[in-house]
Design a protein around this ligand. Structure first.
Ligand SMILES: Cc1cc2nc3c(=O)[nH]c(=O)nc-3n(C[C@H](O)[C@H](O)[C@H](O)COP(=O)(O)OP(=O)(O)OC[C@H]3O[C@@H](n4cnc5c(N)ncnc54)[C@H](O)[C@@H]3O)c2cc1C
Ligand code: SF4
Length: 462
């Protein structure tokens, strides 16, 4: 029986010294074997319950297995606007609901998706799309992360003339300025943006709407506005000592490194080299901080998390086909550093204005009968001091500020920092702005859906 391949990375010793993508391409034989593991289920949960884009997974697996890569590309591109992004950074929600995963290991859907889209680029099958007829309507998209890009792409396909405004020097949002190059090479974004420009989409970068140009002005000169500005506000840890130098939000650190790799900056603004780094937050952003700290040459890297260590096997609280609550180990974790769970930070200590340590305490969790953590209590006597020269806060995002571009457009922001759209005034919201911090695949799916809502608001664009 063929097993799923665990070893999909370049050797750790090699990859921890560069910022190139960590995954190695699978060989033709490996791809064939892996695609053949798909059972072509009558009711494919991967496609129905798993993939937010509704990717038709068993069909593209079958085409890939038979070597019909062109056919596989036609199937994949019928539902997915930018599979080159998801096939690199998606946690593969589909694999959590793969039938093979019930008593074996799920099919390697994400790697097969990557092989399909890369073969499509190599063979020139990915082409700009110019609609046969323009409908005379203009849309302004604010923000060029995955949600804004997907909305722009779909509106263009529907015949709209689209202009995308972006505050940063280049498009891509967190794909470019958050997710490290070792997960997603930025050439992959540039390749796609070039095709979008050839399709007629205009990009105005280095322009912060609300500051450099008025949102109300853009709304007046457009038939519809799509707000896709992400969730820029990072969650803070307002504890004693927070004002000390050496404590930074994760994105300051990651963005700086991405700008150096991309040639926008000569040196990183937040340096991990030679330092004892502590990352607070056990999620993806924290893991990206681990990988980046290792590459910068940190003396040590410790990632701490207040939540308990997830189980090694799927928790009964998330039975198949739900997305499993289970311990996840990223490529960065395999490169070095240490992880600890059940740790709460009480204060930061410092000398001469710079952080030198965290004061922490261990916590104990109470679990639901199904194994879900419910609430915690501090363990008396478990207080510790963790030495640190650099602390990175990676505890998620709190949404959009109620002032700024949302306020200028007269849009309400709910208590969770999500902006509420106003279709009556032809102002729409998508991605993290509308739904809270989430995933690239969800931002893409929402951007595409939003484009159809915009078009439908004009009676199908006629
Ligand atoms: C470090 C990190 C790593 C992540 N890793 C993964 C991962 O591996 N897999 C995954 O699926 N998800 C990951 N995510 C989550 C994912 O990146 C986001 O869910 C996704 O990018 C949201 O897309 P978006 O388009 O809604 O917003 P964003 O990607 O945040 O894009 C918003 C864009 O709007 C622009 N903007 C904001 N205000 C203005 C303005 N006033 N005028 C003009 N432009 C403006 C911003 O500059 C930005 O370019 C990660 C997130 C972070 C922070
Ligand atoms: S986008 Fe994500 S969930 Fe959908 S098929 Fe690809 S890896 Fe699976």
């Amino acid at each position: 029986m063929t097993h799923r391949i665990d070893d999909i990375y370049r050797p750790a010793e090699q990859r921890r010294r560069d910022f190139r993508e960590v995954e190695r391409p699978l060989s033709c034989a490996e791809l064939h074997e892996q695609a053949a593991r798909c059972m072509g289920c009558g009711i494919p949960f991967c496609h129905g319950a798993g993939c937010p884009l509704g990717n038709v997974i068993p069909e593209f697996n079958a085409a890939a297995c038979s070597g019909d890569w062109r056919g596989a590309w036609e199937i994949l591109s019928s539902t997915s606007s930018f599979p080159e992004f998801t096939s690199r950074v998606c946690p593969a929600l589909c694999e959590g609901s793969c039938t093979d995963g019930i008593d074996d290991e799920p099919v390697m859907v994400r790697q097969i998706e990557k092989a399909i889209v890369e073969k499509a680029y190599q063979n020139g099958w990915v082409k700009p799309f110019t609609p046969p007829r323009r409908n005379g309507r203009r849309a302004t998209v604010i923000g060029s992360g995955p949600a804004g890009l997907a909305a722009a792409d779909e509106l263009n396909r529907l015949g709209w003339l689209v202009t995308v405004f972006e505050a940063n020097a280049a498009p891509g949002g967190l794909l470019r300025y958050g997710i490290p190059d070792f997960k997603l090479d930025k050439k992959v974004i540039e390749r796609r943006i070039e095709l979008m420009k050839q399709s007629g989409i205009e990009f105005v970068c280095g322009t912060r709407v609300g500051e450099d140009v008025s949102a109300a002005y853009l709304a007046r000169r457009s038939d519809a506005v799509v707000l896709a500005v992400g969730t820029p506000e990072a969650r803070d840890l307002k504890l004693p000592g927070r004002e000390l130098a050496g404590i930074h939000f994760a994105l300051e650190f990651l963005q700086g490194q991405n700008r150096v790799v991309g040639g926008e900056l000569a040196t990183v603004p937040v340096v991990a080299a030679g330092k004892r780094v502590v990352v607070i937050g056990g999620g993806d952003t924290g893991s990206d901080c681990v990988g980046t700290s290792i590459r910068q040459g940190a003396a040590s890297v410790l990632q701490i998390e207040i939540m308990p260590k997830p189980p090694a096997e799927r928790s009964p609280s998330t039975p198949w086909p739900m997305w499993p609550y289970v311990l996840r180990t990223s490529s960065s974790h395999k490169e070095g550093g240490e992880r600890r769970w059940n740790i709460s930070t009480r204060a930061f200590a410092g000398e001469r204005g710079h952080v030198t340590a965290l004061e922490t305490v261990e916590v104990e969790w109470e679990f639901s009968p199904a194994g879900r953590p419910l609430k915690f209590a501090e363990i008396p006597g478990s207080e510790r001091r963790i030495e640190a020269d650099l602390v990175l806060l990676a505890m998620g995002f709190t949404g959009v500020r109620p002032d700024g571009v949302a306020a200028e457009l007269g849009l309400a922001v709910d208590p969770r920092g999500r902006v509420l759209e106003d279709p009556a005034r032809r102002i729409f919201c998508c991605g993290d702005t509308a739904n809270g911090a989430s995933l690239v695949v969800r931002a893409l799916a929402d951007g595409k859906r939003t484009a159809h809502r915009v078009n439908d608001a004009f009676h199908g664009g006629n």
